[in-house]
Design a protein around this ligand. Structure first.
Ligand code: ASP
Length: 309
């Protein structure tokens, strides 16, 4: 079997052992393992890294536990506006969508934009219309309703505070999901999907749908998917910065991820993390918060899901 591998994340933040019950912890681990295995099995069957990241992210979108797809947080208007993107490291082709409502799997829509439209990034009504034209699966509002998320929103409704997912207080937990993978052809890919931030202003777009900020993949360097305070990840052009440090400064994957997350992002006040891999099968899970829902699996027998530091 070639050097196949995959890594996933379900958000970073103030995730401590004392903030999750044993049952909740098990629930999170179970879904993370399921998403990891679903992507990995495709790779084992000879599918592309693009298929694998789309599959893993779709599985996480289908769970109410993570802030993407079904589990998306509420905007200030009590609606859901989702962002997603995907990138193929072998061709540098990419697809992205933002501000979509009702689409069951935004990551699948981003791939359809890449493959079936003449554009790279569609937003709002245009993205919705495109989704209908390519027969994307839609769900009604009930599907996206979650009592916990609703309570999160009610606590902030009417204020100008917006909050990252699962937060106890402003800016300390993020629930975006993402995946990076390496297939048997030696190609890498990345995908990211999010509901954004609780009580965000309608029309707000985060880093998850922005190629180079929340998602990036290039066979020459690495595949990266980010989670954290989106505004800072956009300013830091985080995912592309990791790639640049490898390409231009000849840093290793681990050095580049540490430099960007622990120094450059922190310096401008950003917190969060990323998952990254290269086509030698190196995997890095880096974050500057207390925890990150994450997992990795590769052909050498590595297979783990981790939550805390
Ligand atoms: N990065 C996402 C955003 O700003 C939030 C997250 O990672 O949970 O929309």
């Amino acid at each position: 079997m070639k050097n196949i591998s995959i890594a996933i994340h379900g958000g970073a933040g103030t995730i401590r052992k004392d903030s999750l019950t044993k049952t909740k912890e098990q629930e999170y681990k179970q879904i993370l393992q399921l998403a990891l295995d679903a992507g990995y099995q495709l790779l084992e069957q000879g599918a592309t890294s693009l298929d694998a990241v789309e599959m893993s992210v779709s599985k996480l979108e289908d769970s109410h536990l993570f802030n993407a797809g079904k589990g998306s947080v509420f905007t200030a208007n009590g609606t859901h506006e989702m962002d997603a993107s995907i990138m193929d490291g072998s061709t540098l082709e990419a697809g992205a969508i933002s501000l979509v409502t009702g689409v069951k799997n935004p990551v699948q829509l981003s791939r359809l934009v890449m493959e079936k439209s003449d554009h790279l990034f569609l937003s709002g009504e245009g993205a919705q219309d495109f989704a209908r034209s390519v027969n994307c699966e839609f769900r009604d509002e009930d599907y996206f309703y979650d009592e916990f998320r609703h309570q999160q929103w009610l606590a902030l409704k009417g204020s100008d505070t917006f909050q990252l997912d699962h937060s106890l207080s402003k800016e300390d937990k993020f629930g975006t999901v993402g995946a990076v993978a390496l297939d048997k052809f030696g190609n890498i890919a990345a995908a990211t999907s999010t509901g954004g931030m609780t009580n965000k202003m309608y029309g707000r777009v985060g880093d998850s749908s922005i190629i180079g900020s929340g998602t990036y993949a290039n066979n020459l360097t690495c595949a990266v998917s980010c989670t954290g305070s989106g505004e800072y990840f956009i300013r830091g052009v985080v995912a592309y910065d990791v790639s640049c440090l490898i390409e231009y400064k000849k840093m290793s994957l681990a050095e580049a991820c540490t430099e960007v997350i622990q120094y450059r992002l922190k310096k401008i006040g950003g917190d969060g993390g990323l998952i990254a891999l290269d086509n030698n099968g190196n995997i890095v899970l880096e974050f500057n918060t207390q925890g990150m829902y994450r997992g990795r699996r590769s052909v050498d027998g590595l297979n783990e899901v981790i939550i805390y530091q």
